[in-house]
Design a protein around this ligand. Sequence first.
Ligand code: GDP
Length: 324
Amino acid sequence: MSKTAIITGISGQDAAYLAHFLLEKGYRVIGIGRSLENNKLWRLVELGLLDKIEVVSGDISDATFVLHIMAKYKPDECYNFAAVSFVGQSWVVPSVTMNINTTGVLNLLEAIRQMSPETKLYQAGSSEMFGRPVESIQNEKTEFKPCNPYGVSKVAAFQLVDIYRSAYNVFACNAICYNHESPLRGMEYVTRKITDGVVRIKYGLLKEIRLGNIQSRRDWGYAKDYVEAMWLMLQQPAAGDYILATGVTHSIEEFLSTAFELAGISDWRNYVVEDERFFRPLEPHQLCGNPQKAKEQLGWKPKVDFSNLVAEMVRADEQRILRI
Ligand code: GDP
């Protein structure tokens, strides 16, 4: 019999790639989202998945809804991506961030405990939990020092997963995901803002890209690689927590020069303008993850490196512009 998976946050990047991955493996996929107008589901449309999964409208911060869903589907696996996932936004709506990112996870754990104790849970944690890290390269034992509402909400969720695992034996795993990008990344993130902007500049549709702190560095991986690791986590004999990262960082300046070069534009500095609006009140210090545990225990490693990631994003945005 085929397995059933629930994916929350179905309108997002990771949910789309994971849905594709699970469908290829023969899973029945139920997608849950807060607002499911067709324009929000553009990622499922791009991957040709809209008619292959069952989509349910609902909010994981509503405990009654989560209990109902868990009782109805009793899924083999539940992947939680529902979140205020953009750090910038978490400064604007900190209370909504806590409700969805923390209380939502508590609701999932309680619903599993009460209604479907065999369900395995994947919880999407983030490198932002390390915030101002005490070690330059972080691993699963590094202390959390979040520095924004998003990071705090994810630390609390991480700890709830840990508690439910110990107290109730729920099979629940935390990933600590470093930034992972793709052509399906939202335009509010700096990588997609750049690749879309570069292509628009190339075709004369835009004059400049306005950015905040371009000295900032990130450990950027490829989202499609990361969803495979998420699935592998739930196939292990015991639940655990894993860093998903490349172990290499690059600055936004490097991202800019690579993207402009790929588009055939020589000096990126002529097209980039500093804009106060895009600076953050507090920035995490260098976040770089050590993916050794995932490599050893899951047999996983990221396949797409930085330059190939930028190339794929620029290529996809160019195809989109040429289709318009
Ligand atoms: P995050 O790591 O999840 O916050 O991912 P983002 O892509 O939103 O931001 C990555 C880094 O890019 C952060 O250090 C931002 O401060 C920096 N950054 C600089 N300019 C921009 C911008 O215009 N938009 C965004 N989103 N980030 C920017």
